[in-house]
Structures are given as C-alpha cells and as structure tokens.
Design a protein around this ligand. Structure first.
Ligand code: 26Y
Length: 823
C-alpha cells in the first residue's frame, strides 16, 4: 500500500507532519469552533490535546479489547489521590509525536512550548502518595500490564498557594475551568451508591436467614476515563475517576411550591462528595465527608469491575483470578466490607465463601509510621453512614480474634491489642488493622520502613503472619522525571550508551566509566548549567525571583511537615547569615549558595504555616542584606507542584532529605534528584538508606542520628534546651530569630516555631543541628572542586537506575500480585 493511512491501525491518523496539521486544524475548527486566525492560545492548546488524544484512541480501544479477550488478570489500583502533572508532554512522548507536533505547529505559526504551558496540571493529590500512584500506572502501561486506576475526579484539586506578607494563603484550584481535553465522561455507565439507613433480617425463598441494608439516601457515580499511555508500546490503560452527581436533579414539587433553595439542596449535598481534595496528608480528622468520599469511589469501582469488565455470567468465586486490588494506604480500605456485602447480600454467598474470595483480592501498602496518621473511623459515624459495613467489620473482627485466641490461647492482652475495634478515646475502627487482616500481602515503601512497619507499627501481626509482610521500595517514572524533565541530560545519556535505557533504567550503570571521561564531564556540567538557566528564566517570569549565576543550588521541595524538618534547613541558613553579620566569618568564606524551598502546608496545620512565614521573612531579610550579597540567597516560589518540580529538580546541585531518621517512609523526591545528578545531603531515613548504599558513601552526604539512636535518645529523655545551652552557634542562631531581626523588630513573631524547637522539638532538629552544619561544610569543600563534584553527580545518575518505578512494578508483580505482563 502506498497511502500513508493504509498502514496505520484503523482510526489512527497519519504519523506525518501533513497528517498532523490536517488533524489539528480539523480539531480547532470542529471542536473549538474557531478559525486559526481567530483562535486563542487556549483554543489551540485544546485542539492540540484532542489531536494527540486521537492518535492514542485506536490503541486504547484495542488495549481494552485485547485484555478482555485474553481474560488477563487486572491490577485494580485503588487510590484516593493521583497527582498526575501535565498530560500533553507525556502523551506526545508516548506517541513519539513531539517532533511532528513541533514542526506542524510551526507551519501554523504556533509554538509548541507556548501551548504546552497553557495546560493547568490536574493536582488530584497532596504529595508523595498521590504522585506515586501516577508513576505506578505509567510504569504498568509501559510494561504492558493490564491495570485500571480507580479514584475520585475532584472538581478542585490541591489548593493553589500564594503568599501575602510571607504567609500562605490558599486559593481554589480551578483546573477544569478552561476545558478538560483528557477526560471522557460516561454518564450512561453511572453507578448508584447508597448511604445511611438501617439493616434488617429476613428469611429468603430458600429459608436462609439473610440481611438487607435499607439505605436512606444515594448518589450517582459518573465515571470519567483518562488514557494512561505506555511509552512507545501501543498499550493505553485506563484511569477511571468518579464524579458524584445527584440522583434527582431537583424536586419539581417543592420547586413549584416556590422553595427554590430547598428544591436543589439534595443535589448540592450529593455533589459535594467529589467537590474537593482534602489537603491534610498526615492527620486524619475523622470528617464525615472524607468517609463519604472513600466509600463513594470504592463502591463505584468494585461495581464497575464486576459489572463492566467481567464477561456476563462470570463466577465470582473466581474473582481473584481476574483482579487484584492494591489499597493505596488505608483510604480505600472500606472496599473490604463492601466486597463482602456485595458477595453476601447481593450475590447470595455464604460468609465463608465471601471471605475466601475477599481475602484473596486485596493487598495493602502502608505509607507512614506516624501513629497520628493512621486512620480510625468512629463506629458512631461508620454505623450512621454505612450500618451494614459496620456489622461486617464486627464479624470480621470476631472471626479474626478467634483465630488469634487459637494461636495464643488465653492471651487476652494480645487480643485486645490486636482488635480491629479500638475502645479509646472512643470506639473506632482501625483501618490499618482491617487492611492487614484482609490483605494477602502488606508492604512498606522502603526497606527501612518495611522493617519498622513489622517491628514497631504492626508487631503482633507480623508475629502472627510473618509471611504476609514484605517490602517494595518506591520508584519514580523516568519518562516524566528524566526524559521530559531533563531532555538535555537524556540526549547526553543516549549519546553515551545508546537508546533503550528509558525502559531499562539499570542500564544507566553503563555511564559509570564516563565519570572519568573529561569530555563527558564537561558536557554533563554544561547540561546542569543549562538547566539552571532554564530555571532562572522560569522563576523570573513565574515569581519575579532573580536566581544569581554560579551558585550552588540547594533545594528542599516537599510538603511542609515538622518531621521533614524544613526548620533545620532554616537554622542552617540563619546560622551562616548570623556568622557573617556578627563578623565571625567573612562573607568571602561562604560558598555562594541559593537555597530554594517549595512547600505547601495543610491549611489547618498551624506550626507548618508559621514555618512558611518564618522562611519567607528570613528570605526577605537575607536577600536584601548587603553583608551576604552575592553569597547567600533564599528563594521560595509559591505553589510548588509537579510542573515546577520538572524544572527545579534538573537544575539542583544539592538535594535536601533531612527528615528525622525513622519518620519518612520512603521519599520519592530523593530519587528524582539523584537521577538528575544532584548530590544528597540526608539522614539515614526511608529510601535515603538505599540511595546511599547504591551510590556509595563518598557520593552522599550522610548526617545525623540513625533510627536506633533516635529511639535511644527518646527513651533516655530528650531535652532540646540542653543543645541551645551548650552550643554557642545554635544559641546565636535562635537568638537572632528571637531578637525580632526578621520580623521588623517584633520579638514574638516566631515564638511558636522557636519555642516549639526549644521546649518540645518532637523531631529533634536541635540534636542533629551540629552534625548537619558540619556536613554542609563538607558539601562546600566538595563543591569547591567542581571536577570531583561533577564526577559524584554522574555516579549518582549511573547508580540509581534501581529507582525506576518499572522496577517497583516488577517487585509488586512477583512478590504481591503474582501476575506478569501480557504478551
Ligand atoms: C488520611 C489522610 C489525612 C491522609 C492523606 C494523605 C494521610 C496520608 C496522606 C499521604 C501520605 C503520603 O503522601 N505519604 C508519603 O508517601 C510516599 C509514597 O510512598 C512516601 O515516599 C513518603 O515518605 C510518605 O510520606
């Protein structure tokens, strides 16, 4: 065949500049309803997105057909959050259309970069956990594994952060306002979700005693499908996000009687469920709406798979052959009693049959160690919202505690410790325990975390079921965080070791010899310099921030949390500044350094917000102080998100991973930095441990107490004041803040932060202060030797291929899901 369309799969537009232009203009005219000459940048972006989408469409349909036909086992990833980042760049990469689009748009007088910048990223997650979900579904698609990601289509994602006088102000994230070209709503496939009411016993036609749930209200879940394209492999998986809609638009009777507000109230109420993402990411508040969100998306998702993905008449006794649900933390754990209810009340299974199936369908990933982050739902709330589910949870608990009693007869203390139901401060359901009881496998997210999970969070459970526990160290997708974020480094790597590494990241090892190749080193350093320039340009237009040239770029980006210790980084900055100000150190002795922070605080987290205020105030003072001019600068661009991360991380020299040991479950930013050639200064925490093991001690700046030392100090009694008294530099640093120097003379402006450090300091920042500043001095020494620094940076890239989320997915496939890619 000679016609270009003849060789493409049915329905796929031609992979040529001409074909692309034709498709693009067609979309612009027919979808946007505008002529090129009259179109806005938003019109052009939307038309471009639809064009790229069309290239994926045939593959999407084909993927779904193939998966059904093969009756392959599907991964059902259940996650309340997906922090996707922008879609266009990734779709262009997955379809290999970047160059064609660039050329085609140029022929239309348009610039691809400008259009890419029109996209508002879907911020449907808080931080690490949500971004991990996005990386995992990317890897599964790329590895040809059938997966459906299930979640919530929040109308408003994570808030947009602005600063007013240095304080965080939250604005709503209106990501849908200018159109949503990546989603496909399917209102005809809506699912009804029930809430409230009571349960009743009755005897069925066979004389069996059964239970019926008589709910009191309901909502509709409308599925919105998103494409999850694999990298150049033709697979397109699905992300299915649910939006809540009222079952009845409004009550016409009441409306006709004249009460408009009353008539639409039910609708507003129902639609609140998917209205907004909760911005807290560590302290569950027991809020009714959050429980509604959790049950809503999980109920929709279970029904969706059973009713729409399985062939008619499928015997649900074999459900585990066709799906394995991964619970992304405890947020979707209500799926466990929901599946039991479906099987027993709706499908007529006996309890034992239902449990047999359910206990084979779920696995649970825990993402925390902080006790206050473990969800406990009060039985009062659960019983009111989901009375049948509460009954089922009680019965699961009875059955489970009977098993415990059989294994450890007469050990009443143990049974009480292990009960899914807690009694204090009120009666509640411990969701992590429920998940652990129901799951086939329970995993932590880095080696250290999985060990602490077994030994400290769930010791009784790991004693009862040692084989249930496993580790899968997190990873990140190299497509987004290396190739898209750092195209110049990617080209340099390909020049050196050839193509193919992007889907086989361990191949980065082949770069090792280049760490001693002068030409490669020069090119590597030039890439870093160019990424810094790109960042400088962005921060100028985005935030009106001036990044100085030639500085060590020291970056700490992550959610603001006391355990992550942004305050420790701040003490380091103030300490350097104070030493120059007081004449202890000549400014010329400072290595020119710019510290960049990016961090959102949960809106109700006072200490975190006060810390942001303090960072901004220190930045204002330091940045205008002639004493440290050209030597020390602090930049805090507002609204750190995935889009900014993609520009910031490739420019960084130094990656700050300074949580108190034993607190950060894994971290994933740490992996992104190392893969982009930043050196890490970090504690022995989370995945830092594994990063250091792989890159080697010489190329990683370790400081601070390790986890056993932290535990020991805590046991012995920690007194932060003692460090203040005995360490003159620490004292001078804190005193400078207390003097009002950063707060226009107001000595009390930062009392909350400083007194907390002095009198409580739950995360032992003062204990690690000296070790931290000493290690920063080693950083400066290494940086002074640019050649040695670049060598270490190259070795960081070469030795961290392990942290590809493709490897994480292989681990889940082998150790947890017991399935493999489709061939
Ligand atoms: C229950 C609610 C308040 C809640 C909402 C979100 C609780 C937790 C979260 C999110 C937690 C989270 O993002 N955890 C992070 O998960 C990453 C991926 O595994 C880890 O790398 C990181 O260490 C961990 O803090």
């Amino acid at each position: 065949p000679t016609h270009p369309l003849a060789t493409a799969p049915v329905g796929m537009p031609a992979h040529s500049v001409d074909g692309f232009v034709r498709e693009f203009l067609h979309e612009l005219n027919t979808n946007q309803g505008v002529a090129l000459s009259r179109s806005s940048a938003n019109d052009q972006y939307l038309a471009l997105a639809s064009t790229v989408r069309n290239y994926l469409m045939a593959r999407w349909l084909e993927t779904s057909r193939r998966t059904r036909e093969a009756k392959a086992k599907t991964i059902g990833y259940l996650s309340a959050e997906y922090l996707l980042g922008r879609q266009l760049g990734n779709a262009l990469l997955a379809t290999d259309l970047n160059e064609i689009a660039e050329k085609g748009l140029a022929l239309c007088g348009l610039d691809l970069v400008t259009l890419r910048n029109q996209e508002v990223e879907p911020g449907l997650g808080n931080g690490g956990l949500g971004r991990l979900a996005a990386c995992f579904i990317d890897s599964l698609a790329t590895m040809d594994v059938p997966c459906i990601g299930y979640g919530i289509r929040y109308e408003y994602g994570i808030f947009r952060q602005t600063f007013v006088d240095g304080r965080q102000v939250e604005e709503t994230d209106t990501w849908l306002a200018l159109g949503s070209p990546w989603e496909f709503p399917h209102p005809e496939a809506s699912v009804q979700v029930d809430f409230g009411g009571h349960t009743e016993r009755y005897v069925d036609a066979d004389g069996e005693e059964r239970t019926r749930w008589v709910p009191s209200w309901n909502v509709l879940g409308v599925p919105y499908n998103y494409m999850v394209p694999g990298y150049l492999n033709g697979r397109v998986n699905t992300l299915r996000l649910w939006s809540a809609q009222a079952t009845k638009a409004f009550d016409l009777q009441i409306f006709n009687a004249g009460d408009y507000a009353q008539a639409v109230r039910a609708q507003t109420f129902a639609e609140n469920i998917s209205k907004v993402l909760y911005p807290e990411d560590s302290t569950p508040q027991g809020k009714e709406l959050r429980l509604q969100q959790q049950y809503f998306f999980v109920a929709c998702s279970l029904r969706d798979f059973i009713d729409n993905e399985l062939e008619e008449g499928f015997d649900l006794h074999n459900l585990a052959d066709r799906i394995t649900y991964q619970l992304n933390d405890t947020h979707p754990v209500i799926a466990v009693p929901e599946l039991m209810r479906l099987l027993i009340d709706v499908r007529g299974f006996s309890w034992d049959e239902a449990w047999e199936v359910t206990s084979k369908c779920f696995n649970y990933t825990c993402h925390t160690l902080l006790p206050e982050a473990l969800e406990v739902w009060s039985t009062e709330l659960l019983g009111r919202l989901l009375p049948r589910h509460l009954e089922i949870v009680y019965r699961i608990n009875d059955q489970f505690l009977a098993e415990v009693d059989k294994t450890f007869p007469g050990d009443g203390l143990r049974t009480r410790r292990m009960s899914i139901i807690s009694e204090y401060p009120e009666r509640g359901v411990r969701m992590a325990y429920l998940a652990t009881v129901a799951a086939g496998k329970v995993n932590g997210v880095a080696a250290l975390h999985s060990q602490l999970l077994r030994d400290k969070v769930l010791p009784d459970f790991s004693e009862l079921w040692p084989d249930k526990f496993t580790n899968v160290t997190n990873g990140v997708t190299p497509r987004r965080f290396v190739k898209l974020a750092n195209p110049k480094l990617s080209d340099l790597i390909t020049d050196a070791i050839g193509p193919g590494w992007l889907t086989n990241l361990e191949r980065l090892k082949e770069l090792e010899p280049y760490a001693d190749d002068p030409e490669f080193k020069a090119s590597f350093a030039a890439v870093k310099a160019s990424n810094k320039q790109r960042l400088t340009a962005l921060l100028k237009t985005r935030d009106d921030i001036d990044l100085p040239d030639g500085h060590l770029l020291d970056v700490m980006v992550k959610r603001l949390h006391e355990y992550k210790r942004q305050s420790l980084k701040l003490l380091h900055i103030v300490s350097l500044y104070e030493q120059v100000l007081s004449g202890k150190l000549p400014a010329s002795a400072l290595t020119p350094r710019t510290v960049v922070f990016g961090a959102k605080a949960a809106p109700g987290y006072r200490m975190a917000k006060d810390t942001i205020h303090l960072i901004n105030k220190v930045a204002m003072k330091v940045n205008s102080a002639p004493e440290v001019e050209g030597r020390l600068k602090v930049a805090f661009p507002a609204n750190y998100n995935v889009t900014l991360a993609e520009k910031l991380i490739p420019a960084a020299d130094l990656s700050e991973q300074i949580s108190l040991a034993g607190m950060e479950a894994s971290g994933t930013g740490n992996m992104k930095f190392a893969l982009n050639g930043a050196l890490t200064i970090g504690t022995d925490d989370g995945a830092n441990v594994e990063i250091r093991q792989l890159v080697g001690d010489k190329h990683f700046f370790l400081f601070g107490m390790d986890e056993p030392a932290v535990t020991e100090l805590g046991a012995k009694g920690y007194h932060p004041g003692a460090y203040y008294e005995s360490n003159p530099q620490l004292r001078a640093t804190l005193d400078l803040i207390l003097s009002g120097h950063f707060s226009d003379g107001d000595p009390h402006a930062f009392d909350s932060v400083v007194f907390n450090l002095l009198h409580q300091d739950r995360f032992m920042a003062l204990a690690d202060f000296q070790s931290y500043v000493d290690t920063q001095a080693l950083v400066e020494q290494r940086y002074a030797d640019q050649d040695a620094w670049t060598r270490s940076a190259i070795l960081n890239v070469a030795r961290t291929g392990y942290f590809s989320s493709d490897r994480s997915m292989r681990d889940y496939l082998q150790r947890i899901w017991h399935t493999s890619p489709m061939l």
